[in-house]
Write a protein that binds this ligand. Structure first.
Ligand SMILES: [Zn+2]
Ligand SMILES: [Zn+2]
Length: 381
Protein backbone atom coordinates (compact mmCIF):
# COMPACT_ATOMS: atom_id res chain seq x y z
CA UNK A 1 0.00 0.00 0.00
CA UNK A 2 0.93 3.63 -0.47
CA UNK A 3 1.97 5.95 2.36
CA UNK A 4 3.53 9.41 2.59
CA UNK A 5 6.64 9.44 4.77
CA UNK A 6 9.42 11.75 5.89
CA UNK A 7 12.98 10.50 6.35
CA UNK A 8 14.63 12.96 8.77
CA UNK A 9 18.10 11.34 8.35
CA UNK A 10 18.26 11.91 4.59
CA UNK A 11 15.87 14.86 4.68
CA UNK A 12 13.51 13.31 2.16
CA UNK A 13 9.73 13.20 1.86
CA UNK A 14 8.27 10.60 -0.46
CA UNK A 15 5.42 8.27 -1.28
CA UNK A 16 6.55 4.82 -0.17
CA UNK A 17 5.22 1.31 -0.74
CA UNK A 18 4.56 -0.62 2.46
CA UNK A 19 2.99 -3.91 3.36
CA UNK A 20 -0.63 -3.61 4.41
CA UNK A 21 -0.89 -3.57 8.22
CA UNK A 22 -2.63 -6.47 9.97
CA UNK A 23 -4.82 -6.69 13.02
CA UNK A 24 -2.69 -8.32 15.75
CA UNK A 25 -4.75 -7.60 18.89
CA UNK A 26 -8.43 -8.45 19.46
CA UNK A 27 -9.32 -4.82 20.27
CA UNK A 28 -7.89 -3.41 17.05
CA UNK A 29 -9.64 -2.21 13.92
CA UNK A 30 -8.34 -1.97 10.38
CA UNK A 31 -9.11 1.36 8.74
CA UNK A 32 -9.15 2.42 5.13
CA UNK A 33 -8.14 6.05 4.97
CA UNK A 34 -10.55 8.39 3.20
CA UNK A 35 -9.45 11.98 3.91
CA UNK A 36 -6.45 13.49 5.69
CA UNK A 37 -6.26 17.22 6.31
CA UNK A 38 -2.85 18.88 6.26
CA UNK A 39 -1.76 21.72 8.51
CA UNK A 40 1.16 23.73 9.85
CA UNK A 41 2.34 20.81 11.99
CA UNK A 42 2.81 18.72 8.82
CA UNK A 43 4.77 21.58 7.32
CA UNK A 44 7.06 21.70 10.37
CA UNK A 45 7.59 17.95 10.11
CA UNK A 46 8.31 18.18 6.38
CA UNK A 47 10.86 20.93 6.96
CA UNK A 48 12.47 18.69 9.62
CA UNK A 49 11.83 21.10 12.49
CA UNK A 50 9.56 18.66 14.27
CA UNK A 51 8.42 15.05 14.17
CA UNK A 52 10.08 11.83 15.38
CA UNK A 53 9.91 8.38 13.71
CA UNK A 54 8.85 5.38 15.83
CA UNK A 55 11.77 3.72 17.64
CA UNK A 56 13.68 1.51 15.19
CA UNK A 57 12.34 3.20 12.03
CA UNK A 58 14.19 5.76 9.95
CA UNK A 59 10.96 7.29 8.64
CA UNK A 60 7.67 8.64 9.90
CA UNK A 61 4.40 8.24 8.01
CA UNK A 62 2.79 11.66 8.45
CA UNK A 63 -0.86 12.77 8.68
CA UNK A 64 -2.93 13.24 11.83
CA UNK A 65 -6.23 14.91 10.79
CA UNK A 66 -7.90 11.79 9.51
CA UNK A 67 -11.26 10.39 8.48
CA UNK A 68 -11.36 6.67 7.77
CA UNK A 69 -13.71 3.74 7.22
CA UNK A 70 -13.53 0.61 9.35
CA UNK A 71 -12.88 -2.37 7.04
CA UNK A 72 -12.20 -5.11 9.62
CA UNK A 73 -12.54 -5.49 13.38
CA UNK A 74 -10.82 -7.75 15.93
CA UNK A 75 -12.83 -10.24 17.98
CA UNK A 76 -13.04 -8.00 21.09
CA UNK A 77 -14.17 -4.86 19.25
CA UNK A 78 -17.57 -3.88 20.58
CA UNK A 79 -18.50 -0.42 19.37
CA UNK A 80 -17.44 -0.53 15.73
CA UNK A 81 -18.09 -2.63 12.68
CA UNK A 82 -17.01 -2.63 9.04
CA UNK A 83 -18.56 0.27 7.16
CA UNK A 84 -18.46 2.66 10.13
CA UNK A 85 -16.76 6.00 9.64
CA UNK A 86 -14.31 7.11 12.31
CA UNK A 87 -12.06 10.00 13.21
CA UNK A 88 -9.09 8.76 15.27
CA UNK A 89 -7.70 10.84 18.09
CA UNK A 90 -4.02 11.73 17.70
CA UNK A 91 -2.27 11.30 21.05
CA UNK A 92 -1.57 7.96 22.71
CA UNK A 93 -0.89 7.63 26.44
CA UNK A 94 2.57 7.40 27.97
CA UNK A 95 3.48 4.21 29.84
CA UNK A 96 4.31 5.70 33.24
CA UNK A 97 2.16 4.24 35.98
CA UNK A 98 2.34 7.53 37.89
CA UNK A 99 0.93 9.70 35.07
CA UNK A 100 -2.51 10.47 36.43
CA UNK A 101 -3.57 12.06 33.17
CA UNK A 102 -2.71 9.15 30.89
CA UNK A 103 -3.90 6.54 33.40
CA UNK A 104 -7.35 8.14 33.42
CA UNK A 105 -7.70 8.40 29.62
CA UNK A 106 -6.73 12.09 29.50
CA UNK A 107 -3.45 11.83 27.61
CA UNK A 108 -4.01 15.33 26.22
CA UNK A 109 -2.97 16.41 29.75
CA UNK A 110 0.03 14.00 29.96
CA UNK A 111 2.51 15.01 32.66
CA UNK A 112 5.59 13.20 31.41
CA UNK A 113 5.81 14.20 27.75
CA UNK A 114 6.43 10.54 26.87
CA UNK A 115 3.15 10.25 24.97
CA UNK A 116 3.16 9.31 21.31
CA UNK A 117 1.23 11.14 18.60
CA UNK A 118 0.22 9.44 15.38
CA UNK A 119 1.83 11.13 12.41
CA UNK A 120 3.87 13.43 14.66
CA UNK A 121 5.82 11.75 17.43
CA UNK A 122 7.06 8.15 17.56
CA UNK A 123 4.00 6.66 15.87
CA UNK A 124 3.13 6.45 12.18
CA UNK A 125 0.26 8.60 10.98
CA UNK A 126 -2.72 8.31 8.71
CA UNK A 127 -1.39 9.33 5.29
CA UNK A 128 -1.48 5.67 4.31
CA UNK A 129 -4.09 3.60 2.49
CA UNK A 130 -4.65 1.31 5.47
CA UNK A 131 -4.02 1.76 9.17
CA UNK A 132 -4.51 -0.48 12.19
CA UNK A 133 -5.48 1.20 15.42
CA UNK A 134 -7.04 0.52 18.78
CA UNK A 135 -10.83 0.77 19.04
CA UNK A 136 -10.72 3.00 22.09
CA UNK A 137 -9.02 5.83 20.21
CA UNK A 138 -11.70 5.90 17.49
CA UNK A 139 -14.53 8.42 17.40
CA UNK A 140 -17.60 7.25 15.50
CA UNK A 141 -18.73 9.64 12.75
CA UNK A 142 -22.37 9.88 11.58
CA UNK A 143 -22.51 9.07 7.82
CA UNK A 144 -24.04 12.51 7.12
CA UNK A 145 -20.72 14.10 8.06
CA UNK A 146 -18.68 12.15 5.46
CA UNK A 147 -17.85 15.28 3.44
CA UNK A 148 -16.66 17.46 6.33
CA UNK A 149 -15.58 15.13 9.15
CA UNK A 150 -11.93 15.69 8.20
CA UNK A 151 -12.40 19.04 9.99
CA UNK A 152 -13.13 17.32 13.31
CA UNK A 153 -9.57 17.23 14.64
CA UNK A 154 -8.80 20.95 14.06
CA UNK A 155 -12.18 21.81 15.62
CA UNK A 156 -11.40 19.81 18.78
CA UNK A 157 -8.97 22.56 19.82
CA UNK A 158 -11.83 25.03 20.21
CA UNK A 159 -14.05 22.36 21.76
CA UNK A 160 -11.51 21.58 24.46
CA UNK A 161 -11.13 25.29 25.20
CA UNK A 162 -14.88 25.87 25.29
CA UNK A 163 -15.37 22.89 27.59
CA UNK A 164 -12.94 24.33 30.11
CA UNK A 165 -14.28 27.86 29.74
CA UNK A 166 -17.83 26.66 30.42
CA UNK A 167 -16.61 24.86 33.50
CA UNK A 168 -14.92 28.05 34.73
CA UNK A 169 -17.92 30.20 33.86
CA UNK A 170 -20.01 28.12 36.24
CA UNK A 171 -17.68 29.03 39.12
CA UNK A 172 -16.87 32.65 38.32
CA UNK A 173 -18.67 35.53 36.65
CA UNK A 174 -20.97 35.46 34.76
CA UNK A 175 -21.92 32.37 36.87
CA UNK A 176 -23.31 30.25 34.14
CA UNK A 177 -26.13 27.95 35.23
CA UNK A 178 -25.01 24.32 34.64
CA UNK A 179 -28.32 23.72 32.84
CA UNK A 180 -27.59 26.44 30.25
CA UNK A 181 -27.74 24.89 26.77
CA UNK A 182 -24.50 24.98 24.76
CA UNK A 183 -25.80 27.60 22.33
CA UNK A 184 -26.52 30.02 25.19
CA UNK A 185 -23.22 29.76 27.05
CA UNK A 186 -21.83 32.91 25.46
CA UNK A 187 -25.06 34.89 25.30
CA UNK A 188 -24.42 38.55 26.15
CA UNK A 189 -20.62 38.04 26.08
CA UNK A 190 -18.07 38.93 23.48
CA UNK A 191 -15.31 36.77 22.05
CA UNK A 192 -12.32 37.85 20.04
CA UNK A 193 -10.73 35.31 17.71
CA UNK A 194 -7.21 36.03 16.50
CA UNK A 195 -6.37 34.59 13.08
CA UNK A 196 -8.27 33.23 10.08
CA UNK A 197 -6.53 29.89 9.56
CA UNK A 198 -8.60 26.70 9.93
CA UNK A 199 -8.22 26.70 13.74
CA UNK A 200 -9.30 30.35 13.98
CA UNK A 201 -12.24 30.01 11.58
CA UNK A 202 -13.50 26.77 13.15
CA UNK A 203 -13.02 28.43 16.54
CA UNK A 204 -15.08 31.43 15.38
CA UNK A 205 -17.86 29.06 14.26
CA UNK A 206 -17.80 27.38 17.67
CA UNK A 207 -17.92 30.75 19.49
CA UNK A 208 -20.83 32.02 17.37
CA UNK A 209 -22.63 28.71 17.97
CA UNK A 210 -22.12 29.15 21.71
CA UNK A 211 -23.86 32.53 21.50
CA UNK A 212 -20.83 34.81 21.84
CA UNK A 213 -20.89 38.06 19.93
CA UNK A 214 -17.76 37.19 17.96
CA UNK A 215 -15.07 39.39 16.43
CA UNK A 216 -12.30 38.01 14.24
CA UNK A 217 -9.10 40.04 13.99
CA UNK A 218 -6.36 39.32 11.46
CA UNK A 219 -4.13 41.02 8.91
CA UNK A 220 -6.10 40.08 5.78
CA UNK A 221 -7.96 42.81 3.91
CA UNK A 222 -11.01 42.43 1.68
CA UNK A 223 -11.69 40.99 -0.81
CA UNK A 224 -10.77 37.65 0.76
CA UNK A 225 -12.79 34.43 0.99
CA UNK A 226 -11.82 34.02 4.65
CA UNK A 227 -13.32 37.41 5.46
CA UNK A 228 -16.47 36.46 3.51
CA UNK A 229 -16.69 33.31 5.60
CA UNK A 230 -16.47 35.31 8.83
CA UNK A 231 -19.36 37.48 7.65
CA UNK A 232 -21.36 34.44 6.52
CA UNK A 233 -21.35 32.93 10.01
CA UNK A 234 -22.49 36.17 11.62
CA UNK A 235 -19.17 37.21 13.15
CA UNK A 236 -17.55 40.61 12.63
CA UNK A 237 -14.24 40.80 10.80
CA UNK A 238 -11.77 43.55 11.70
CA UNK A 239 -8.47 43.89 9.84
CA UNK A 240 -5.28 44.86 11.65
CA UNK A 241 -4.76 47.22 8.69
CA UNK A 242 -7.91 49.12 9.58
CA UNK A 243 -8.07 49.09 13.39
CA UNK A 244 -5.74 48.78 16.37
CA UNK A 245 -6.41 46.59 19.39
CA UNK A 246 -7.56 49.70 21.23
CA UNK A 247 -10.10 50.51 18.47
CA UNK A 248 -11.28 46.94 18.65
CA UNK A 249 -11.74 47.04 22.43
CA UNK A 250 -13.78 50.20 22.06
CA UNK A 251 -16.09 48.51 19.56
CA UNK A 252 -16.43 45.18 21.32
CA UNK A 253 -16.91 46.45 24.87
CA UNK A 254 -15.69 44.14 27.63
CA UNK A 255 -13.85 41.34 25.81
CA UNK A 256 -14.80 38.25 27.79
CA UNK A 257 -12.89 35.71 25.76
CA UNK A 258 -9.86 35.84 23.49
CA UNK A 259 -9.15 32.76 21.36
CA UNK A 260 -5.64 33.04 19.97
CA UNK A 261 -5.01 30.95 16.82
CA UNK A 262 -1.99 32.60 15.23
CA UNK A 263 1.07 31.47 17.18
CA UNK A 264 2.67 34.91 17.16
CA UNK A 265 3.94 36.01 20.56
CA UNK A 266 3.89 39.77 19.98
CA UNK A 267 0.35 39.72 18.61
CA UNK A 268 -0.81 37.59 21.56
CA UNK A 269 0.74 39.96 24.11
CA UNK A 270 -0.90 42.95 22.44
CA UNK A 271 -4.23 41.16 22.62
CA UNK A 272 -3.76 40.34 26.29
CA UNK A 273 -3.79 44.07 26.97
CA UNK A 274 -7.39 44.40 25.76
CA UNK A 275 -8.76 41.37 27.61
CA UNK A 276 -11.72 42.51 29.70
CA UNK A 277 -12.59 42.18 33.36
CA UNK A 278 -13.02 38.53 34.39
CA UNK A 279 -11.84 37.65 30.87
CA UNK A 280 -10.34 34.35 29.78
CA UNK A 281 -7.50 34.28 27.27
CA UNK A 282 -6.97 31.01 25.41
CA UNK A 283 -3.64 30.37 23.69
CA UNK A 284 -3.63 27.65 21.01
CA UNK A 285 -0.75 28.68 18.72
CA UNK A 286 2.76 27.30 19.08
CA UNK A 287 5.22 29.97 18.02
CA UNK A 288 8.49 29.01 16.37
CA UNK A 289 11.63 31.02 16.99
CA UNK A 290 10.71 34.69 17.03
CA UNK A 291 12.63 37.86 17.66
CA UNK A 292 12.73 39.06 21.26
CA UNK A 293 10.22 41.78 21.92
CA UNK A 294 9.82 44.45 24.49
CA UNK A 295 6.99 43.88 26.91
CA UNK A 296 5.62 45.50 30.02
CA UNK A 297 5.20 42.54 32.35
CA UNK A 298 4.33 44.73 35.34
CA UNK A 299 1.36 46.14 33.48
CA UNK A 300 0.28 42.71 32.31
CA UNK A 301 0.55 41.32 35.80
CA UNK A 302 -1.30 44.27 37.31
CA UNK A 303 -4.14 43.91 34.78
CA UNK A 304 -4.41 40.18 35.26
CA UNK A 305 -4.65 40.49 39.03
CA UNK A 306 -6.91 43.51 39.19
CA UNK A 307 -9.27 42.14 36.53
CA UNK A 308 -9.42 38.50 37.71
CA UNK A 309 -8.15 37.31 34.35
CA UNK A 310 -7.35 33.77 33.29
CA UNK A 311 -4.63 32.76 30.85
CA UNK A 312 -5.25 29.27 29.51
CA UNK A 313 -2.97 27.29 27.22
CA UNK A 314 -4.45 24.24 25.53
CA UNK A 315 -3.13 21.45 23.34
CA UNK A 316 -4.60 18.33 21.79
CA UNK A 317 -8.01 17.02 22.83
CA UNK A 318 -9.82 14.23 24.62
CA UNK A 319 -12.76 11.98 23.66
CA UNK A 320 -15.40 14.43 24.93
CA UNK A 321 -13.91 17.15 22.75
CA UNK A 322 -14.07 14.89 19.68
CA UNK A 323 -17.70 14.08 20.48
CA UNK A 324 -18.64 17.74 20.85
CA UNK A 325 -16.69 18.63 17.69
CA UNK A 326 -18.75 16.08 15.74
CA UNK A 327 -22.00 17.46 17.20
CA UNK A 328 -20.93 20.99 16.35
CA UNK A 329 -19.89 20.07 12.79
CA UNK A 330 -23.40 18.74 12.24
CA UNK A 331 -24.78 22.02 13.55
CA UNK A 332 -22.43 24.09 11.36
CA UNK A 333 -23.43 22.02 8.32
CA UNK A 334 -27.10 22.78 8.88
CA UNK A 335 -26.61 26.39 9.82
CA UNK A 336 -23.97 27.47 7.28
CA UNK A 337 -23.83 24.80 4.54
CA UNK A 338 -21.91 26.93 2.06
CA UNK A 339 -19.44 28.37 4.56
CA UNK A 340 -18.57 24.89 5.79
CA UNK A 341 -17.96 23.70 2.23
CA UNK A 342 -15.61 26.60 1.53
CA UNK A 343 -13.46 25.56 4.50
CA UNK A 344 -12.26 22.61 2.40
CA UNK A 345 -10.07 23.97 -0.36
CA UNK A 346 -10.00 20.78 -2.41
CA UNK A 347 -9.14 17.10 -2.36
CA UNK A 348 -5.89 15.93 -3.89
CA UNK A 349 -4.16 12.57 -4.38
CA UNK A 350 -1.36 11.49 -1.99
CA UNK A 351 1.28 11.99 -4.68
CA UNK A 352 0.71 15.73 -4.34
CA UNK A 353 0.95 15.80 -0.54
CA UNK A 354 4.55 17.06 -0.35
CA UNK A 355 4.07 19.94 -2.74
CA UNK A 356 0.83 20.96 -1.00
CA UNK A 357 2.32 20.73 2.50
CA UNK A 358 5.37 22.78 1.57
CA UNK A 359 3.61 25.25 -0.74
CA UNK A 360 1.46 28.19 0.18
CA UNK A 361 -2.04 27.00 1.07
CA UNK A 362 -4.37 27.60 -1.88
CA UNK A 363 -7.48 27.59 0.27
CA UNK A 364 -8.40 27.18 3.88
CA UNK A 365 -8.01 23.43 4.53
CA UNK A 366 -6.26 21.21 2.01
CA UNK A 367 -7.30 17.56 2.08
CA UNK A 368 -5.45 14.51 0.77
CA UNK A 369 -8.00 11.91 -0.36
CA UNK A 370 -7.28 8.22 -0.85
CA UNK A 371 -10.72 7.20 -2.00
CA UNK A 372 -11.72 8.55 -5.37
CA UNK A 373 -13.83 5.49 -6.22
CA UNK A 374 -16.80 6.34 -4.06
CA UNK A 375 -17.76 9.29 -6.25
CA UNK A 376 -16.22 11.89 -3.99
CA UNK A 377 -14.98 15.14 -5.41
CA UNK A 378 -12.19 14.48 -7.89
CA UNK A 379 -8.71 15.79 -7.38
CA UNK A 380 -8.48 19.40 -8.35
CA UNK A 381 -5.42 20.04 -10.46
ZN1 LIG B 1 -3.10 19.52 12.33
ZN1 LIG C 1 1.30 10.56 30.48
Amino acid sequence: MKAVAVFPGSREIKVIEQEDPRISQPDEVMLQTLDVGICGTDKEICTFEYGTPPPGDDYLVIGHESLAEVVAAGSAVERLQPGDLVVPSVRRPCFHSGCLACRSGHQDYCYTGDFRERGIKEAHGYLAEYVVDNERHMNLVPPDLREIAVLTEPLTIAEKALGQISWMMRHRPPWLDPQTPGEDRGRGLSALVLGVGPVGLLGAMAMVSAGFSTYVYSREVPPNPRIDLVAAIGATYVSTQAATFADLAERAGNIDLVYEAVGHSHFALEALRVLGTNGIFVLTGVPGLQAFIEADPARLMRDMVLKNQVLLGTVNAGPDDFASALRNLDLFRRRWPEAVQTLIAGRYPPERATELILGRPAGIKTVIAFDFRSGQQEAVT
